[in-house]
Ligand binder design. Structure first.
Ligand code: ADP
Ligand code: ADP
Length: 234
């Protein structure tokens, strides 16, 4: 029941004077409905790996399957459709500063061609889901970091994704706010059945919400399995 399967993924970056192996032979499988964490030091290859899952970055070698469909073998037009069903949440929120909270969430719906009234209603519903009903007409800079990330999450959910990718989504937040955002992600996973893949350098993040974890080191998987098996609990 794999939503995602990576088969022998290699990624090398070639600059003028050298070749860097960012990923070397990654095999992994992520089951539907799970929260899968990827942890590792800075430079280990986490961002490169998460960007393989929606082919924001193309592998040098290997294949990526979503629902057993090889997305390395499809056209750019098909890939755009696949990407629309994958939400992304970023460390620095990446909100449009000149647009209101409501407009930020409407934006991907507009790109997807949804009519105005419909996307407006949908955005309001999503903002209520993340607890921002009272802030929809504000601008991002008027919100706290945690509130801005809630907008980022609402936006990521706009096109009803099956998969949510979180790239250091709580790394810019204080511990208390981190816990509330992790709580929201766990709730979205449980209530909406959305599979979540997150990358982090924080063990606390893995322990508090992940089902499975892969430890990545030097572009390879050093350890992988159920969180309860991989890490001894105190
Ligand atoms: P992490 O997210 O774990 O910090 P990254 O995936 O960002 O690791 O980086 C893995 C390695 O690949 C690092 O050595 C990094 O410098 C290198 N790298 C990442 N992106 C590029 C790029 N676009 N060009 C060249 N090297 C890159
Ligand atoms: P409940 O049965 O608790 O109301 P739903 O499955 O109906 O839960 O979803 C709650 C809200 O989340 C609804 O407004 C729905 O439109 C929205 N929703 C459902 N699935 C997704 C999804 N995959 N992505 C984003 N939003 C979703």
């Amino acid at each position: 029941n794999a939503l995602i399967r990576l088969e022998n993924i290699h990624k090398t970056y070639t600059t003028k004077d050298k070749t860097l192996h960012a990923l070397s032979g990654i095999d992994l499988q992520i089951e539907k409905g799970k929260i899968f964490g990827i942890i590792g030091r800075s430079g280990a290859g986490k961002s490169t790996l998460i960007r393989m899952l929606n082919l924001l970055e193309k592998p040098t070698q290997g294949r990526v399957f979503i629902n057993e469909r090889d997305i390395t073998a499809i056209s750019e037009a098909e890939l755009r459709k696949v990407r629309q069903k994958i939400g992304m949440v970023f460390q620095h929120f990446n909100l449009l500063t000149s647009r209101t909270v409501l407009d930020n969430v409407c934006f991907p719906l507009r790109l997807a061609g949804m009519p105005k009234k419909e996307r407006h209603d949908r955005a309001i519903e999503l903002l209520s889901l993340v607890g921002l009903t009272d802030h929809i007409h504000k601008y991002p800079r008027q919100l706290s970091g945690g509130q801005q990330q809630r907008v980022g999450i609402a936006r990521a959910l706009a096109n009803k994704p099956e998969l949510l990718l979180c790239d250091e989504a709580t790394s810019a937040l204080d511990p208390e706010t981190t816990q509330s955002i992790l709580g929201l992600l766990a709730d979205i996973n449980k209530r909406l059945g959305i599979t979540i893949v997150l990358i982090t350098h924080g063990m606390d993040v893995i322990r508090s919400i992940c089902d499975q974890v892969a430890i990545i080191d030097g572009g390879k998987i050093a350890e992988m399995g159920e969180v309860l098996d991989v890490f001894l609990h105190p």
